[in-house]
Design a protein around this ligand. Structure first.
Ligand SMILES: [Zn+2]
Length: 339
């Protein structure tokens, strides 16, 4: 299990996380200092390391197979990247109405890639993950566009595709440094569950991922995913990571109907909005609901939470991950996938 020999992933019911983890005080402090202009970008990533270390320790202790850096450096999944892409004026407060302000980054010039944005934290996480793979996670171009204020392009499609071109550079950086799992988060898509919107995301993903030969994942969550499912099957990715637990597994009949069996599933079995820790038995039952459909084989089922765990207290997040990993272990035993 050393970094040299690498970690052998289980043959089935691989466990992973979606990305974010409760923010550690060290990360809060680093973000504050960065925002106040007291430290450089390089110093910032150095200061975030103790926070990432705690996340990796929790993931390793729980026994998760594919980890994340907990997105400790990101106070907001869109603002973080906007602050590092050329053409944005940074996170400004846009007045919505009266005295209601919303922090929305503003695009004031043509967008350009200025260099690695999230790669350093991923590299550090990888260096302490005891050989286990760490997911490289980016906010997708559709969500970036949706949550930005555009004063430059004036055309949403053009903006989404431009962001895809910019983000592709970051993906190439990740791959160059050895990332084996690339995940693109598009939580804004289910807010407009329309075929033409899914088509736009597909086009953007083709720009971002064409010729990229590692495991490619898209995460979407909440909203009307059932309407999107047939379109998600057309995305140029290996895996779709979806939320099931919070919505009471209402997506399962649609999985039965529309799932392309060549696609892997990231199967959300942990409710990230609830403090209640799902029991091992409950998680096993929830995975078996998917197995009963007889559509996706255990080798293509990745078990994970619905979404990032950032809203939970750390001890709850840790307890949920522990039970999730134990459930996967028992499932492998039950279905004959022991090493
Ligand atoms: Zn999510």
């Amino acid at each position: 299990m050393s970094a040299i020999t690498g970690y052998r992933l289980p043959k089935a019911f691989i466990t992973t996380v979606v990305g974010s983890y409760p923010k550690m005080p060290e990360a809060e402090e680093a973000i504050r200092k960065r925002r106040q202009g007291l430290i450089t970008e390089e110093e910032f990533h150095k200061l975030v390391q103790p926070a990432i270390k705690k996340v990796i320790e929790d993931h390793l202790e729980a026994g998760v197979d594919i980890l994340s850096d907990g997105e400790q450096a990101r106070d907001d999944m869109v603002v973080y990247f906007a602050e590092r892409i050329g053409g944005y004026s940074g996170g400004e407060w846009v007045r919505i109405f009266d005295n209601v302000y919303f922090r929305k980054p503003v695009i004031v010039a043509r967008l350009e890639y200025k260099g690695p944005m999230a790669v350093m934290d991923w590299e550090y996480a990888t260096s302490i993950a005891q050989g286990r793979p760490v997911k490289a996670i980016l906010t997708g171009p559709y969500t970036m566009a949706d949550w930005s204020f555009d004063l430059q392009y004036g055309d949403r499609r053009e903006l989404v595709l431009e962001l895809a071109r910019v983000l592709r550079h970051e993906i190439e950086e990740f791959v160059k440094r050895g990332a084996k799992f690339i995940q693109v988060d598009e939580p804004a898509l289910p807010t407009r569950p329309l075929p033409e919107e899914a088509e736009l995301v597909k086009e953007a993903l083709e720009i971002m991922l064409k010729g990229i030969e590692v495991k490619k994942i898209v995460h979407v969550c909440f909203g009307r995913i059932e309407k999107l499912l047939p379109h998600l099957m057309e995305f140029p990715v290996d895996q779709l990571d979806l939320e099931f637990k919070n919505s009471g597994f209402k997506l399962l009949p649609y999985v039965k109907e529309y799932w392309d069996p060549r696609k892997e599933i990231g199967y959300g079995v942990i409710d990230v909005h609830s403090l209640r820790v799902e029991s091992v038995e409950e998680i096993i039952e929830d995975v078996e609901r998917l197995l009963k459909l007889d559509v996706i084989p255990p080798e293509k089922i990745y078990i994970d939470p619905d979404c990032g765990l950032k809203r939970l207290p750390r001890d709850v997040a840790r307890a949920k991950l522990r039970n999730m990993v134990e459930a996967a272990r028992q499932l492998r035993k039950k279905y004959g996938f022991e090493e």
